[in-house]
Design a binder for this molecule. Structure first.
Ligand SMILES: [Zn+2]
Length: 151
């Protein structure tokens, strides 16, 4: 991960890193580095469950645990955490009632809905690490440019 941060930073490519709390808890130097390099971190739950498979309270706990980890990282770096985005693991928003409860909760926690945009989503798995730079290079060659959603 630090290599990806450095790679994108050197290329001047902005990105939002949606983080799982359990990974943040392991305390790698990735998150502080990403914040210092001007990237935005987002909340991607604590350990990536299917939200449709757990109770609402469990969903909220997933969000909240990761929220406080991110909050404390930003506080340590003395950088304002804004805007705050959340992504559902697997894009699984549960049923309508769950989705509504979570959206209300997120709003109270200061999260905003990301404007719709074309998103390039790359999960940080071993398989993607190998291809990450090649994917970005190809996109640049094809004339793509990268920007964060307008605030
Ligand atoms: Zn995911």
């Amino acid at each position: 991960m630090p290599r990806k941060v450095k790679y994108l930073s050197d290329k001047g490519i902005p990105a939002i890193w949606f983080c799982q709390g359990n990974h943040l808890e392991q305390g790698s130097d990735f998150a502080p580095l990403a914040i210092r390099k001007g990237f935005l971190l987002g909340n991607h739950s604590f350990d990536h469950p299917h939200f449709s498979a757990i109770k609402i309270a469990g969903c909220l706990e997933q969000i909240e645990r990761t929220h406080w980890l991110l909050e404390s990282l930003y506080l340590s770096e003395r950088i304002e955490w804004s805007p705050r985005y959340f992504r559902f693991p697997y894009g699984d928003k549960g049923d309508v009632r769950v989705k509504k409860a979570i959206q209300d909760f997120l709003r109270r926690m200061g999260y905003v809905a990301a404007p719709s945009a074309e998103i390039i989503l790359i999960h940080d798995h071993e398989e993607t690490s190998e291809y990450f730079e090649r994917i970005v290079e190809r996109l640049l060659e094809k004339g793509f440019s990268f920007e964060l959603p307008a605030r």
